[in-house]
Ligand binder design. Structure first.
Ligand code: BES
Ligand code: ZN
Length: 395
C-alpha cells in the first residue's frame, strides 16, 4: 500500500513538473531506429510516406539535434513545427512531394543562346570571392543579432548600387513581425508579363553555437551561405551591366532567419500564396563554395523540389555551364526551397556536393573561404547557371 502511494505521488510529481511537450516535430523515419539513446522520447504519433510525427520538449528537441549531428554525422533530418496542424500538413501525401514534387509550371524551352552565352562569359570568381569575404567579415549574420541586420543593410546597399539608374528595378527590405532581421528583395519588373514572377534566392543569415545559435558566437558562414548570396550578387551585376530587360518579373531574395527554421522564406512564400501571386519558378542557392570529392559539380536535390524544373536546370548546365551534374537528396526540408514547395510553387535547389559529402565546417567558426578550397571557382559555376536560368525562364 505504502509503495503504491509512493509510486502514485512520484508519478503525480513527475507529471506536475515534467516540461510540456511543446514541440511538434516531423522526423525522417529512417533515422528514428538509429537513435537508441532517444528511443523513449521518440514516441511516434503518426507515420506517412517515410516521415514520422513526434512530440518533444524543448530539451528533447535539442538532444535530438545533438544525436543526429554527433551519432549520425549529418544535419537536420527533422522539422520543428509551430503548431500540430502544421506538423500534420507535413505528413499529408501531396503527390510525391517528399521525393520530388511533380507538375509543369512553365515552358522549359532553351532558345536564348544569343543573350545567355555572352552574359555567362562575364561571370568572375574574384567578384564572388570578394562578396563572400565582405559578408563573412560580419561577426555573424544571426537573425537576432544587430550584425544580422547590419549585414542585410550591406546587401541592400550593394544591390542598390548595382541597380543605379534603372527605373524598372527596386531594392527593398522586407520586415518580419516576429524577429528583427529583415529579408532583402530586388525586383526587375517584367516588360511583357510583369505578373509572372521568377525567384532566385538564398538565405542571408548565418549561425553557430548550438542548434538555436546565439547572437555572440562568431559565424562567418562563408559556404553557408555567403556563397549563395555572392552567387546571386554576381548574377545581378551581370544582369545590370548587360542592361537585361526580362519579359517576366525577376526577383532576387536574401532571406532572413533560415537557420532557425526557414522563417523568412516561409513568411514570404506563404504571403505569395495568400495573395495568389503567380510564381512560375524558384531556385535556391544555399552552399555553392566547396566542391565535393565526387565527380559531380552541381547536384540537384530531388526532395521538396519540382522534378520538371530540376530537369530543365540540368539541361541548362549541359548547354551553358558544361560541368558534370547529378542528383542527391537532403531527406528533409533542408533550405528555403522547401518553404516555396510547401506553399505550392515549383522550386529547385542546385547544391555544391552530394549529401554524403557535405562541408563539416558549416554552423561553426571554421566556415571560411580557406576551409572550403580558398577561392570561388566552384561558386562561379552556380552563377553561370543562375544567369542562364534567369534569361531562359524570364524570356
Ligand atoms: N545550408 C543548410 C542546409 C544543408 C546542409 C543542405 C548540408 C545540404 C547539406 C541550411 O542552412 C541548414 O542548415 N538547414 C538546417 C535545417 C533548417 C530547417 C533549419 C539543417 O540542415 O540542419
Ligand atoms: Zn545552415
Amino acid at each position: 500500500m505504502k509503495m503504491t502511494l509512493l509510486a502514485t505521488s512520484l508519478l503525480l510529481a513527475s507529471v506536475a513538473f515534467a516540461a510540456p511537450k511543446a514541440q511538434w516535430v516531423t522526423v525522417d523515419s529512417n533515422i528514428l531506429g538509429k537513435l537508441a539513446p532517444m528511443q523513449k522520447a521518440l514516441m511516434v504519433e503518426k507515420e506517412a510516406g517515410g516521415v514520422s510525427l513526434v512530440q518533444l520538449t524543448e530539451a528533447e528537441l535539442e538532444k535530438l539535434s545533438h544525436a543526429i549531428h554527433h551519432e549520425l554525422h549529418r544535419c537536420g533530418g527533422y522539422i520543428a513545427h509551430e503548431t500540430e496542424a502544421e506538423a500534420l500538413l507535413a505528413l499529408e501525401p501531396r503527390g510525391d512531394m517528399h521525393y520530388g514534387m511533380k507538375g509543369i509550371f512553365a515552358d522549359y524551352a532553351i532558345d536564348q543562346e544569343e543573350l545567355v552565352v555572352p552574359m555567362v562569359a562575364e561571370v568572375k570568381a574574384a567578384n564572388i570571392e570578394a562578396t563572400i569575404r565582405a559578408l563573412s567579415a560580419f561577426h555573424n549574420r544571426y537573425y537576432k543579432a544587430q550584425t544580422g541586420t547590419d549585414s542585410q543593410n550591406f546587401l541592400l546597399d550593394t544591390w542598390s548600387k548595382l541597380a543605379a539608374g534603372r527605373s524598372d528595378v527596386k531594392v527593398e527590405l522586407v520586415k518580419h513581425a516576429n524577429w528583427p532581421q529583415p529579408s532583402v528583395v530586388m525586383t526587375i519588373e517584367g516588360s511583357d508579363s510583369p505578373e509572372e514572377i521568377l525567384v532566385i534566392g538564398g538565405h542571408a543569415d548565418s549561425i553557430a553555437g548550438g542548434w538555436f545559435g546565439n547572437d555572440k558566437s562568431r559565424a562567418p558562414g562563408a559556404d553557408d551561405n555567403a556563397s549563395g548570396m555572392a552567387t546571386i550578387t554576381e548574377t545581378i551585376r551581370i544582369a545590370m551591366e548587360a542592361g537585361f530587360k526580362p519579359k517576366r518579373t525577376v526577383q532576387f531574395m536574401g532571406y532572413a532567419a533560415e537557420e532557425v527554421g526557414l522563417l523568412g522564406s516561409k513568411d514570404i512564400a506563404n504571403g505569395y500564396k495568400t495573395r495568389s501571386t503567380n510564381v512560375v519558378g524558384v531556385v535556391q542557392f544555399d552552399m555553392t563554395l566547396r566542391k565535393g570529392t565526387v565527380d559531380k559539380d552541381i547536384v540537384m536535390m530531388t526532395d521538396f523540389t519540382n522534378a520538371a524544373q530540376n530537369e530543365f536546370l540540368g539541361r541548362l548546365i549541359d548547354e551553358y555551364v558544361k560541368v558534370p551534374w547529378g542528383y542527391s537528396k537532403c531527406g528533409y526540408g533542408c533550405s528555403d526551397h522547401a518553404s516555396w514547395t510547401n506553399a505550392g510553387f515549383p522550386a529547385s535547389m542546385p547544391f555544391e556536393s552530394t549529401m554524403g559529402d557535405i562541408n563539416k565546417a558549416i554552423h561553426t567558426d571554421k566556415d571560411t573561404i580557406e576551409s572550403a578550397g580558398g577561392n570561388a571557382n566552384h561558386a562561379a559555376k552556380f552563377a553561370k547557371l543562375a544567369v542562364a536560368y534567369m534569361v531562359e525562364l524570364a524570356n
